[in-house]
Design a protein around this ligand. Structure first.
Ligand code: FES
Length: 336
């Protein structure tokens, strides 16, 4: 029987399938819970049962004291639901709740997404995860190179496998290393997370995401998180790029369109012109398209990720369409 779980104090709800751990159910539903080992050893996922009946996926709760067990504490990663439950769980409600962490990870996958963009996937050590909120970035450290800020492209529902999108940039030692020397099992140090480019989960306003090229990475994480939360409001994604091929995961976005009731994906690209760069042309087109699609933005939230210089014009256009300044969320992570 599928069990319903209510979480206090947030009021979040999620379901758990028979035999599924409460931790897996909670992460699948987009709850931001601290955990590490996923095996009953670290104690980080401790929670408290307020009502309902728990079952064990595997007995391993030695990390809890007798006193804690008597008070109703248990481990989310080692327990499942036998009936509907009400639990007390500590969740991150803002970036201030998530501590800075340092992890030594290993490259687990390298995928050329197009000629100039590499997906770098790293894996944390066994019994360690990175706790972060969708949209945040970390500092990547590779031996011999200056550290680099990169947004996390994957969903916080899996803190053990992290993805990054690295663009090849001429004369940039970091990107040259990623494209020509980085290999599987190389060590990548991670410090973070940083930044407050995160979803306002309390808002129920329609959402517009605007990404410029690899600025898509944190937007991907945000949209995957929004899907986990099963949010009801409509979403538009405008992916702006110099060339059509820079929409390097367009098929992935089209799959979101097929899977979600209210999701629109719009690709916008520029082209070389005498007086403007392709990026500038793309931005002018994007501003015109968004304003035509949404003549009144007073009720919207807009999340923007890309270079400040290019987004100045688009931001001005959005505000002129009535978007309240406090509902314009801009990621200012320095990528290069
Ligand atoms: S005890 Fe480590 S994650 Fe549950």
């Amino acid at each position: 029987m599928t069990a319903k779980v209510r979480v206090l104090p947030s009021g979040h709800e999620f379901t758990v399938e028979p035999g599924e751990s409460l931790l897996d159910g909670a992460l699948r539903a987009g709850l931001s819970i601290h955990y590490n080992c996923n095996s009953g050893s670290c104690g980080d996922c401790r929670a408290r049962r307020l009502s309902g009946e728990l079952g064990e996926t595997r007995h391993h709760d030695f990390v809890l004291s007798e006193r804690e067990r008597a008070d109703g504490y248990f481990l989310l990663c080692r327990a499942t639901a036998v009936s509907d439950l009400v639990l007390e769980v500590a969740e991150a409600r803002s970036v201030a709740d998530v501590p800075q962490q340092q992890l030594s990870t290993q490259v687990s996958k390298l995928v050329r997404l197009n000629d100039d963009v590499m997906e770098v996937q790293v894996r944390t050590p066994r019994s360690k995860t990175l706790w972060f909120l969708a949209g945040q970035h970390v500092r990547l450290g590779i031996a011999g190179l200056a550290p680099r800020n990169k947004s996390i492209a994957s969903c916080p529902c899996n803190g053990m496998v992290l993805q990054f999108h690295v663009r090849r940039v001429a004369n940039d030692p970091f990107s040259e290393h990623v494209f020509s020397k980085l290999k599987l099992r190389d060590t990548v140090e991670i410090e973070g997370p940083f930044g407050d480019f995160v979803l306002d989960e309390t808002a129920e306003r329609p959402i517009i995401f605007i990404a410029f090229e690899t600025g898509f990475a944190p937007i991907k994480s945000l949209i995957e998180h929004a899907i986990s939360l099963d949010i009801a409001q409509p979403i538009w994604l405008y992916w702006v790029a110099r060339q059509a091929q820079d929409h390097y995961l367009a098929n992935y976005c089209r799959a979101w369109h097929d899977a979600l009731d209210a999701f629109e994906f719009i690709e916008i690209s520029g082209e070389e012109a005498d007086t403007m760069t392709a990026a500038e042309v793309a931005m002018v087109r994007a501003a015109a398209r968004i304003c035509a699609d949404h003549p009144d933005l007073r009720g919207f939230d807009v999340y923007v990720n890309g270079p400040d210089t290019l987004f100045a014009e688009i931001s001005a256009a959005l505000l002129a369409q009535g978007l309240p300044p406090e509902r314009l969320f801009i990621d200012r992570v320095q990528r290069f």
